[in-house]
Every structure is written in C-alpha cells, then in structure tokens.
Design a protein around this ligand. Sequence first.
Ligand SMILES: [Zn+2]
Length: 236
Amino acid sequence: MTDPLFLRDAYQREFSAVITDSRGGAIALDRTCFYPTGGGQPHDTGTLAGRPVTAVSKEGDLIWHTLDGDGPSALSVGAEVVGVIDWARRHSLMRTHTALHVLCGVIWNAYRVPVTGGNMEPLAARMDFEFDPLPEGFGPRVESLVNAELAADRPIVVSFLPRADAVLDADLIRTKVSLVPDSVAEIRVVDIVGLDKQADGGTHVRSTNEVGRIKVVKTESKGKGNKRIRIEVVDG
Ligand SMILES: [Zn+2]
C-alpha cells in the first residue's frame, strides 16, 4: 500500500520513496506527499525524480503518479525517488479546502442547512446547500460571517478516531460520518475548533487566519432544494 503522508502532515513538501509498481507512464510508491484527486480536492502537481507529475489518483490502497515527458529511464520497481510537490498550488488548495469547511460551519450555525456537494480549484470553489429559496441577503451575510470566522484565527486540529467513537460524536453525525465506508476502521477528523468538525481526508491549513479572506462571487439555483454558492479565496 502507499502511506499517504499528507494525511498526517499537510506541510511536508519533499519526500523520498521506493517505487512499488509501474505501468505505462505511471508509478506507485510506498509513500507519498502527493494528494490524489478525491473528496472534492484536486490532485497535487510537482516532480518525481525531476519529472513533472501531471495526475495523481488513488486506486485501492495504492496512489498512482502519472509522469510527463522523457526522463531517466531508471524508474523501475525498487528504485528510490525524491518527490517535491508544487507548494504554491497545494497551499492554495489547503486554504480553499479550509475555507469551504468554515463556510459549512457558518451556514449550519446561521441557517441550520446542510451541504449537499461541492468542488474546488486553487483559490476558487463552489458549494451546494439545501436551501429553498435562498434567504434574502444571503451572499453578503455569508461573506461577512465567514470572514469574521477566518479572522478569529481558529486552530484546525487533525486527529484519528476509532470508528466506534466517531459515530457517537454529535458534530460528526451532523456532518454525515455515516457516509464513510464501513471498511474504514479509523476515521480522520478535521476540527476547526469551535466551528466545524468533519470526517475528511483533505489537506488543511493550521489556522483559519492562514486562509485569508473569501469573496462570494455568485449564488445560483440548481433546482428545488439545491442552491449553489461560488467563492474566491483572497489574501487577508
Ligand atoms: Zn473537506
């Protein structure tokens, strides 16, 4: 299996690893800092053995890295390689992912409405909520509530809980811990202390202040009981 180093330390940018499997243009490693596309967060880019990484995906217990271009042909199973992630992109995604969790917490506290879906790019994202219709003045109010929480500099704590404990936690029940597959024995919890707690596999910053600020750029209806909010993340 591939040890996903990013789950324990989102700030690690470089690592060495051993190639455990390979196939046309892609390699699997025994460990990696490269985040694979999933959970609404896009994959990292960067280099492995100096070659550009253009895609990262998780298949079963393995994380596969697609390599671009011609490079050293010595990328065979058993070889050791050094990986470096594109930190500007990753850190932007960390800020964006944390901003979305703050948005979830704020909307729950203000309206008691759950999230139904979402997606992100570096510094831009959308999230869907179960509103019908959207409340008057929704966009500006949410922007100001989110920015107040970001400025409050709340710490973000990542922990690992046995499934039996996680399913009893009221906050985790609200954020649908039940959707985590039964096969997962240990649940990774991302806690924006005092605001939002979710079972989550993404990479986050250490405190809300590191996100900066958000702008609500659009709100739109995607049908009955489904309203979309688009945000951008900007420097504080
Ligand atoms: Zn998340």
